[in-house]
Design a protein around this ligand. Structure first.
Ligand code: ADP
Ligand code: MG
Length: 323
């Protein structure tokens, strides 16, 4: 039985539909990313799960119980937003103790010991007496995470928790959130518009667009077997072509490119443009043969292969997706 479930959720704002009959299930202990472009309804869905927003139709089931009408305070979740929302006049430890003060069953000593325990978990022990302005963005967000998990909630909701951070801190925190989530085994729903974030962190991804769910699946399945053009286009790079058999898409890494003429099954092209990306290089080539693909074909290959514009190259399509 799934731990968290939303059934036929419908929501509109002033006549504009934000969620159209959305159904989703979240298993105990898994991390699910809700992924989609800005404005597609991700935050609204998360807020409905939290009870911070009321749906116009549908149900929210938590641990087998219909919680649709339950106020947020009774739903037993922890939440982290994009903006850290820490109290600026309190230290890291006080910020966490404040959240814990709702916990009536623990005495002062127990509260402190729990605060220190979660600070250890997010690796902030040595910063516990600092104020938010003395912390980096990443440390502020780890404080917010510590505060969210301090009460040992039944589930964790994260709304773009890494969006405000720079790339390096973001990828470090991705790993950290994943480690903590696994360690606690806490059911987590994370909203993001960043496909790389979803692919690297999630057990499963829910891809949304325009108020509806387009596809649900494990990262690899979503990437390798997109069910429609939107998912194929939104996740990774997919170039679309049309021929007599219909529309199909090809990912750059599924084009095998060589400088030496292979013995069979290849297309001949001339390099029109090179895009250096560090370890990899994107190679655009114009095909010579009278073939079904007339546009420039982008391939991706190791940058170690020395290529120059106007070079003749040989290409083979390893995999294509029919859309
Ligand atoms: P996302 O998180 O995917 O960017 P949101 O869930 O925030 O999208 O918003 C979905 C749609 O609902 C958008 O068109 C947005 O403008 C609209 N919306 C969200 N919240 C409100 C609100 N409180 N009042 C009016 N419109 C809203
Ligand atoms: Mg949002």
């Amino acid at each position: 039985m799934s731990y968290l479930k939303v059934e036929n959720i419908y929501k509109q704002f002033a006549g504009k539909v934000a969620l159209e009959d959305v159904n989703a299930e979240f298993e105990k202990g898994e991390l699910v990313c809700i992924l989609g472009p800005s404005g597609c309804g991700k935050t609204t869905l998360l807020r409905i799960i939290a009870g911070l927003e009321t749906a116009d139709g549908g149900k929210v089931i938590i641990d087998g119980r219909d919680c649709t009408m339950l106020p947020p305070s009774k739903r037993n979740f922890g939440i982290v937003f994009q903006s850290y929302a820490l109290f600026p006049n309190m230290t890291v430890e006080q910020n966490i103790l404040f959240g814990l003060s709702e916990q009536k069953k623990l005495n002062r000593k127990q509260l402190r010991s729990r605060a220190l325990e979660v600070l250890e978990l997010v690796d902030l022990t040595e910063h516990k007496n600092k104020y938010p302005f003395q912390l980096s963005g990443g440390q502020q967000q780890r404080t917010a995470l510590a505060r969210a998990i301090a009460l040992s909630p039944g589930y964790l909701l994260l709304d773009e928790p890494l969006s405000a951070l720079d790339a390096k801190v973001r990828s470090k925190l991705r790993l950290e959130i994943r480690r903590i989530q696994r360690e606690l085994g806490i059911t987590t729903v994370m909203v993001t518009h960043d496909q790389e974030e979803a692919l690297t962190m999630a057990d499963r991804i829910i891809v949304m667009n325009n108020a509806v769910i387009e596809q649900v699946g494990a990262p690899r399945a979503i990437y390798e077997r997109p069910e429609n053009k939107f998912v194929a286009d939104f996740i990774g790079t997919m170039n679309f072509y049309h021929n007599s058999t219909g529309d199909f898409g090809i990912r750059p890494e599924n084009i095998i490119l060589t400088k030496n003429k292979p013995s069979e099954n290849y297309l001949t092209g001339k390099i029109t443009f090179l895009e250096f990306k560090g370890a990899m290089i994107r190679v655009y080539s114009k095909l010579h043969d009278n073939c079904e693909i007339c546009a420039d074909l982008p391939a991706e290959t190791a940058a170690a292969m020395e290529l120059t514009e106007n070079d003749t190259v040989y290409l083979r399509i390893a995999d294509r997706h029919l859309i």
